[in-house]
Write a protein that binds this ligand. Structure first.
Ligand SMILES: Cc1cc2nc3c(=O)[nH]c(=O)nc-3n(C[C@H](O)[C@H](O)[C@H](O)COP(=O)(O)OP(=O)(O)OC[C@H]3O[C@@H](n4cnc5c(N)ncnc54)[C@H](O)[C@@H]3O)c2cc1C
Length: 247
C-alpha cells in the first residue's frame, strides 16, 4: 500500500445537483499546476481509485478536487457522501503532462473546458506563469446549465488580478442565459463566435490551445484546429495544442 497516502477531508462544497468539490489535507510532495492525483476509497474491501486534476495551485496548502457524481460509477457516489473529517486515500505523487511545460509561448493562450475540466485551469491560472508568458488568456467553459458554472468567485478573483489580460467565456448547451453563450464549444468555435467574443482570432502564429474534458469536444476541436493548420504539440516537435481527456 506504499502507493497511497492517507488524507482527511478538510472541506466540502456541493455546487449543484451532482457537482462537488472536496478539499483534502494530505502530505503530497510538490507538483506542477495542471497535474492530477489519484483519489481512492475502500469500497467493499477493495481500494477503488480514479484520477482527478488538482484545482488548488501548488502554493496552496489544501489539495482540492472537483467532480461530478456519476450514479452508476463505482467511486463518485461514495466520494460525494464524504464529510469533513473522513479518511480518503491519495496517490503518493501527482502525475501528468498537461502543464505549462508543454505549452508553447505565443501571444494568446486559450483554455477550453467541458464540465469539471474547469478545475485544472484554475490551478494553472493561480500561478504566475501564464501571465508572464502570454498577452491574453481566454478561458472557455462549456456546461449544460447555469447551475454547473461553478467557481464564480475564483474566476472573479482571477479577473480582478489580471484585468485586460483575461477573458472568461461560458457556454451552455441546455439553458439560455444573458451572461453565457448558447451552444457547444465546438460549434461556437466553428462559427467564429468564441473568436468574436474574445476579440481575437485563433491562428498558428499567435495561439496555443489547451483542451480538457470530454472526448467529443476534444475530437471535434482537434479536427477544426488541424483543418486550420494548428498541430498537436509534441515534446520534440513544438505544436499548437495540448489535450487531457477525462472520459
Ligand atoms: C487524467 C484524468 C483526470 C481526471 N480528472 C477529473 C476531474 O478533475 N474531475 C472529474 O469529475 N473527473 C475527472 N476524471 C474522470 C474520473 O477519473 C472518473 O472517471 C470519474 O470521476 C467517474 O468515476 P467513477 O468511478 O464514479 O466512474 P467511472 O467508472 O470512472 O466512469 C463511469 C462513466 O462515467 C463517465 N465519466 C467519467 N468522468 C466523467 C465526467 N467528469 N463527467 C461525465 N462523465 C464522466 C465515464 O466515461 C464512464 O462512462 C479524470 C480522468 C482522467 C483520465
Amino acid at each position: 500500500m506504499n502507493d497511497w497516502i492517507e488524507g482527511r477531508v478538510a472541506g466540502k462544497r456541493h455546487w449543484s445537483e451532482a457537482l462537488y468539490s472536496l478539499q483534502i489535507e494530505a502530505p503530497l510532495p510538490a507538483f506542477a499546476a495542471g497535474q492530477y492525483i489519484k483519489v481512492a476509497l475502500d469500497v467493499d474491501g477493495e481500494r477503488v481509485g480514479r484520477p482527478y486534476s488538482l484545482v488548488n495551485a501548488p502554493h496552496e496548502p489544501l489539495l482540492e478536487i472537483y467532480f461530478n457524481e456519476i450514479p452508476e460509477g463505482p467511486l463518485t457516489p461514495k466520494l460525494s457522501e464524504l464529510e469533513v473529517g473522513d479518511r480518503i486515500w491519495v496517490s503518493n505523487k501527482a502525475s501528468g503532462v498537461f502543464t505549462m511545460d508543454n505549452v508553447v509561448s505565443r501571444r494568446h493562450l486559450w483554455m477550453l473546458a467541458t464540465g469539471t475540466a474547469l478545475g485544472v485551469y484554475l490551478s494553472i491560472l493561480k500561478t504566475a506563469e501564464p501571465w508572464e508568458r502570454f498577452e491574453r488568456v481566454i478561458l472557455v467553459h462549456g456546461a449544460r446549465n447555469a447551475g454547473e458554472l461553478a467557481y464564480g468567485e475564483t474566476i472573479a478573483e482571477i479577473q480582478a488580478a489580471h484585468e485586460g489580460s483575461f477573458s472568461y467565456i461560458s457556454a451552455l448547451t441546455r439553458d439560455a442565459s444573458e451572461t453565457s453563450l448558447q451552444g457547444r464549444i465546438t460549434n461556437l468555435l466553428e462559427n467564429g463566435t468564441l473568436q468574436d467574443v474574445a476579440g481575437i482570432d485563433i491562428t498558428a502564429d499567435d495561439s496555443h490551445l489547451m483542451l480538457c474534458g470530454n472526448s467529443a469536444m476534444i475530437k471535434d476541436v482537434r479536427a477544426w484546429l488541424e483543418a486550420h493548420g494548428l498541430q498537436r504539440h509534441k515534446r520534440h516537435e513544438p505544436g499548437h495544442y495540448t489535450t487531457e481527456q477525462y472520459h
